[in-house]
Design a protein. Structure first.
Ligand SMILES: [Zn+2]
Length: 328
């Protein structure tokens, strides 16, 4: 990548994301974020990157997706010093409630930044939210899979409400199905959730079958593509090309949110998928084309999973490189 030039890259990040420490035996570690920072700061994208500090999302923002009873329960268990929420996987810490609100606030910050840059005709790469905890498993009433607030779903509702970007695609390339995003929008015709993930027969959380296509007014606005050949790069390219691109073109979104998880990498033991670091570059190339051709560059990415401290940084870097490389 050294020989190329890059568009300005906005990364929404706070040191506070490192505060939530679920314990050394837990995979969702603060080191996930610090390793990405280390790689980005030393690599070819460093000069193009500007970091932006998010502010916590509001109670009203959370209520656009989550039920009040759940939010009270979350806060109360943290205040009482409980170990976990809903399942032992969802380890609590003294700061988790604040940190989760800040992570959800990162998507909101990225949208505000992007909308301002577009209205000022500044050409930039799609902003990236370098956040933890992740969000895509959290549903309106439960924490799940290390997720407490659904960062991508809250961002989608905010984009609709604040800027009137009604039709939104959420594309999720994490190794796992984002059951929480699917549940939130399952009956909604305006938010189209598209996910590629490991076969749910083999993989957490056990949802994300082809047959789950939406309900009522949302019928046909939920596309699950389980990766049957193990997620080799050739299979991914074929799916992006032949299945997803035509869907995005037909839906014609006003904006796009990417639930960007990097745990499908062959070195990441959270899944049996076989993505390579280069696969994230290929995915980035497609997202860039979709963004520019179909939604006037209104695209943000939010970090979901990715647990191999060895390959998470290089994978994020390759993805951002593809989103930001100057083509002319
Ligand atoms: Zn995952």
């Amino acid at each position: 990548m050294n020989r190329h030039e890059f568009l300005p890259i906005s990364i929404v990040f706070s040191e506070r994301f490192l505060e939530h420490d679920p314990g050394k035996d837990h995979p969702e570690l603060p080191a996930r974020i610090s390793t990405v920072l280390d790689v980005l700061k030393e690599g070819p994208l460093a000069k193009a990157i500007t970091f932006y500090e998010p502010v916590p999302c509001t109670w009203e923002d959370m209520l656009m997706v989550h039920q009040e009873e759940y939010l009270f329960r979350f806060e109360e268990r943290v205040l009482k010093g409980r170990q976990f929420l809903d399942h032992p996987d969802n380890r609590l810490s003294y700061s988790i409630y604040q940190v989760a609100m800040l992570a959800a606030g990162a998507g909101i910050k990225a949208i505000d930044l992007l909308e301002a840059q577009i209205s000022n005709r500044i050409k930039i790469a799609p902003p990236f939210c370098l956040v933890r905890p992740p969000g895509h498993h959290a549903d309106p009433t439960h924490a799940l899979g290390f997720c407490f607030l659904n960062n991508a779903a809250i961002a989608a509702r905010y984009w609709q409400k604040r800027y009137g970007r009604k039709k939104i695609i959420i594309f999720d390339f994490d190794a796992h199905h984002g059951n929480g995003i699917q549940d939130t929008f399952y009956q909604d015709p305006d938010v189209y959730y598209i996910s590629i993930h490991e076969d749910p027969i083999l993989s957490f959380p056990g949802t994300g079958f082809r047959e789950e296509t939406g309900e009522g007014a949302g019928k046909g606005r939920n596309l699950n593509i389980p990766l049957m050949a193990g997620g080799i790069e050739k299979e991914i390219i074929k799916i992006l090309d032949q299945e997803i691109t035509p869907e995005i073109e037909t839906f014609a979104p006003d904006a796009m949110i990417i639930a960007a998880g990097f745990d499908a990498h062959r070195m990441d033991d959270m899944s049996g998928l076989q993505f390579r670091t280069s696969t994230y570059g290929r995915i980035g190339q497609y997202i860039r084309i979709w963004s520019e051709q179909y939604c006037s560059a209104r695209t943000i990415s939010i970090l979901e999973g990715g647990y191999s401290l060895e390959v998470l940084g290089p994978s994020v870097e390759r993805y951002l490189g593809a989103l930001s490389i100057k083509l002319d």
